[in-house]
Design a protein. Structure first.
Lengths: 350, 544
């Protein structure tokens, strides 16, 4: 029982240091709705504290960030709560989900003034009247150049190459049903092969392609240049990924195959029925401001839409963007997503 | 009648909490599926149930959960014997360590497992990666500790004399086990197995990560249907299947669990040392050690790798925002957030659990009363079996009107975690309370003690150790909870599992190393908490 006597005060101490916990913690939700802006976003949202403080100071609003789930979960939450929105403004609905959000009337019109070069990212069919493009990132097949140089094999360059016997058992990708890059890759193959895409996937699977749950599994565990030093030198990742495999000699050991890319664009928009539409508009403008655009690569691993913004050194050297990525009409995606995913699941689990 | 009223009065608070934070959100999501464009249309939901894919998904869920439960029980029961009925050096530490998997985020465990069994891993030659066997191993990894704790606790307080008598009369050890020990342990084993089955049937990350996307369970299917396809009819259909299956499971187990006399024969005999005859327990414990130890070892090794060398760089980096400020907050802050949230979740789960346990263990005078108590007992198990996605989305669409305008409340996360921990708490407390002879309370009352005084002098002395054990369980559940937490809106204070998920989801060797290091820290924190509970020499860590 002696140990009990020592431990009880210890535990009491531990409890009292943490006990105030969330109850009694200061919460900005106490403020009246007109003094704050509530941003509903996905779990990858991140911006430096100095920037969000600057926004609060300049606009006079408190910024409340509610981040959770991925882009799909975010979109569906917005759709389900459209009659009583979760906040004032949303960031993170991408071009594969945007049509659903627009069809359901989630967003209120706001044509933000777009920075230079952002025009090419506006959503087809919306033309920037509702959704403002904030960033883009292309999902591309990446290769381990060092591995291929070592083996004396030429790396693949196109989607066609991936089904060739020379690259048998070398490719790992995350699944379309469970990950957003996986879905983007499926869309790239649909854009490339049209109605014949199931046949391509059958050959891809027959060529020893490995499927994983999410990006981190494919890249970190199975890819030869990932954290876990896997066995496969071809992986599905992003156009920016080569900027993160720069070795001591100042060169990147990986590169993105720019003929295999599908571009994801993330949008911000004012939510219909927002308590604070003025604040929401101010936040959309803030996301398009040069400071935020410049912070995007380091904070969220994406390219800014503003073409005048200077990229970090590793990015401008190694992160090449595709000039002409594969595209699928957002309305088509909205219409066929279900059917495509079902067919994809059938083909890949055969 | 008065007794039933008193019962309902006592159950009112937990029932209200369950109603607001479980029944309301889940029925909200179900009605989204049943009402299409404002019209009641159950036909669409029924159609889903006849799709071949749906049947395949249900079948896989059933057999994988059953296999996971079987492996957990087959390994857990002999290991429980060694860890709770035998004395050896380092027993407490071993018991605490075995609970660590319970709190590790599945995304990290998935990575750890795949580093071992993936084609590049040391066990890659087994060809285990992406197989149903890997899924079952993963399920057992997470759940074997539940069996060990629950069965071990029951075994500890088992009177050894009947077994000794049987042995003296010439029964072999196997005969003793089959005819004396096993029947006495049956309630504990059945309860533990039912909880483990629910955990297995609703496992999410394990099925996707280790199954290589070849398998879908009801849980993964609901996730896909709700967050990706927005096919709420199909999701509602599968949620109904979940609810029906759990109810059936609870009915069956409550039958199997029933014993003639729940009063515990408490013994405090000092357990003997390990002997040759304990080989099944030793073997099972070694197997469990390998199953649990290898992936954790893989994590530790990975976390110590810096570049091509070794070092503590990943741990030092935990106080920063990660390479290129990948994180809004340093991991150390997230640990504090996790601990604070866990404190809240723990007191919520304990206060609710205590009320529920009191309600369900009081002696019933009539059949109807017993039915009501049994019903309540089962009701509080339901949150374990329902998809976190359904619950999370349900929160958003139902808790948006005053007086229940709670969806932005910071309390949602601890409340959701408390709901997950509640069944474990109830199952830990109820047997201890049920073991108190009601005549002691009657004696106290006839001596003039009021209900509170009776509770303080009769129940509490028996209860405080199981209470601490339950607190440890609840704390661990909260520390590791990812599913519901990741769905709920939160401000700039993520918990550890969320931060780890964030780190591992971005390129850069540093982020990967930090994710592993953060997992090790989370695991170590849990082990320390569990060890503290263990040090309190709780003689009975509850029985399920």
């Amino acid at each position: 029982m002696r140990s009990v006597r020592v431990l009880v005060p210890l535990m009491a101490l531990a409890l009292s240091t943490t006990a105030c916990s969330v109850i009694g913690g200061d919460s900005s939700s106490e403020k009246p709705a007109s003094d704050r802006v509530v941003l509903v976003t996905h779990e990858s949202f991140a911006l430096p504290k100095e920037l969000t403080r600057k926004f609060e100071k300049e606009s006079g609003y408190d910024l409340v960030v509610r981040a959770s789930g991925d882009a799909g979960a975010l979109t569906n939450k917005l759709v389900l709560t459209k009659d009583d929105p979760l906040g004032d403004v949303s960031f993170g609905v991408d071009n594969t989900f945007a049509s659903r959000a627009l069809d359901e009337g989630v967003f209120a019109p706001y044509a933000a003034a777009l920075p230079d070069g952002a025009d090419r990212f506006v959503l087809a069919g919306d033309d920037g009247k509702t959704l403002a493009p904030v960033d883009s990132a292309s999902v591309c097949v990446n290769v381990d150049d060092a591995w291929f140089a070592d083996k004396g094999v030429a790396p693949p360059t196109t989607l066609d190459d991936l089904v060739k016997p020379a690259y048998r058992g070398l490719f790992v990708t995350s699944g379309a049903a469970t990950s957003s890059p996986g879905m983007a890759f499926l869309l790239a193959t649909i854009a490339r092969y049209g109605d014949d895409w199931p046949a391509y996937w059958t050959r891809l699977m027959a060529n020893g392609t490995q499927l994983t749950d999410g990006w981190s599994d494919a890249y970190q565990v199975d890819f030869t240049q990932g954290g876990g030093k896997g066995k496969r030198p071809i992986v599905l990742s992003y156009d920016s990924s080569p900027a993160f495999t720069v070795g001591d000699d100042g060169t990147s050991t990986t590169s993105a195959l720019l003929d295999t890319c599908f571009r994801q664009v993330e949008y911000a928009g004012v939510l219909a029925g927002a308590d604070n539409p003025q604040g929401a508009k101010a936040l959309v403008d803030f996301l398009l401001s040069p400071e935020v655009q410049a912070a995007l690569p380091d904070s969220m691993y994406v390219f800014p839409v503003d073409s005048s913004v200077e990229l970090p050194a590793d990015w401008s050297a190694f992160a090449k963007q595709p000039t002409d990525p594969w595209q699928v009409d957002p309305a088509d995606i909205a219409e066929h997503r279900d059917e495509w995913l079902r067919e994809w699941s059938d083909v890949t689990s055969r | 009648m008065r007794r039933i009223l008193a019962l309902v009065g006592l159950a009112a608070v937990p029932l209200a909490v369950l109603g607001v934070f479980f029944v309301l959100p889940v029925s909200g999501m179900l009605s989204e599926g049943f009402w299409v464009d404002g019209r009641f249309d159950p036909g669409a939901v029924a159609d889903v149930l006849t799709r071949p894919r749906t049947l395949r998904v249900i079948w896989f869920t059933l057999w994988s959960a059953l296999a996971g439960t079987t492996v957990s029980v087959l390994l857990g029961v002999p290991a429980a014997h060694l860890l709770h009925r035998r004395r050896f050096h380092g027993r407490g530490v071993l018991r605490a360590l075995l609970l660590v998997p319970f709190v590790l985020p599945t995304v990290v465990v998935g990575v750890a497992f795949r580093e071992l069994i993936g084609e590049a891993g040391p066990l890659g030659f087994l060809g285990f990666d992406g197989s149903a066997g890997a899924i079952v191993a993963g399920l057992a990894f997470f759940n074997v500790a539940v069996v060990i704790r629950a069965v071990g606790a029951a075994w500890e307080s088992l009177d050894p004399r009947p077994a000794e008598a049987a042995a003296a009369l010439g029964a072999s050890p196997a005969q003793v086990f089959r005819t004396v020990t096993l029947p006495a342990l049956r309630p504990a084993i059945v309860s533990a197995a039912s909880v483990v089955f629910l955990f297995c049937a609703t496992a999410f990350g394990v099925v996707l990560t280790l199954g290589g996307l070849r398998y879908s369970s009801i849980e993964t299917e609901i996730y896909l249907l709700t967050t990706n396809l927005l096919d709420l009819q199909a999701a509602a259909a599968l949620s109904i299947v979940q609810l029906v299956a759990i109810t059936a499971l609870l009915v069956v187990t409550s039958r199997l669990r029933a014993v003639a006399d729940p009063r515990l024969a408490r013994t405090t005999a000092r357990p003997p040392r390990v002997s040759v005859g304990d080989w099944p327990g030793v073997l099972a414990t070694v197997l469990v050690g390998v199953l649990v130890g290898l992936p954790i070892a893989a994590l530790v090794v990975g976390s110590l790798q810096v570049g091509d060398g070794w070092g503590l760089g990943n741990y030092r980096a935990l106080t920063t925002g990660g390479s290129r400020d990948a994180l809004l907050v340093p991991v150390t802050d997230a640990l504090v957030t996790s601990l604070r949230t866990a404190v809240d979740a723990t007191w919520m789960a304990l206060s609710l659990g205590l009320l529920v346990a009191v309600v369900v263990t009081r002696r019933s005078h009539t059949r109807a009363e017993r039915r009501v108590r049994g019903l309540l007992d089962g009701l509080f198990m339901l949150p374990l079996g329902v998809s976190a996605v359904t619950l999370g989305f349900g929160f958003l669409i139902t808790l948006d009107e005053p007086p229940l305008d709670l969806r932005d409340s910071l309390l949602l996360v601890p409340i959701a975690q408390a709901l997950v921990a509640l069944p474990l708490v109830v199952r830990t407390l109820a047997p201890a309370l049920g073991g108190v002879d009601d005549r002691q309370r009657q004696a106290a009352a006839s001596l003039g003690a009021g209900p509170l005084r009776t509770f303080a002098t009769v129940d509490l002395p028996v209860m405080w150790k199981p209470l601490l054990a339950a607190a440890g369980f609840a704390f661990a559940v909260s520390l590791g909870e990812f599913g519901a937490t990741s769905f709920l809106a939160r401000d700039e204070s993520p918990t550890m599992p969320i931060v780890i998920f964030h780190l591992i989801g971005h390129p850069g060797a540093m982020n990967y190393g930090m994710a592993l290091a953060a997992s090790v820290v989370l695991a170590a924190t849990t082990a320390v908490v569990m060890l503290a509970v263990e040090r309190l020499r709780v003689p009975s860590l509850g029985a399920f």
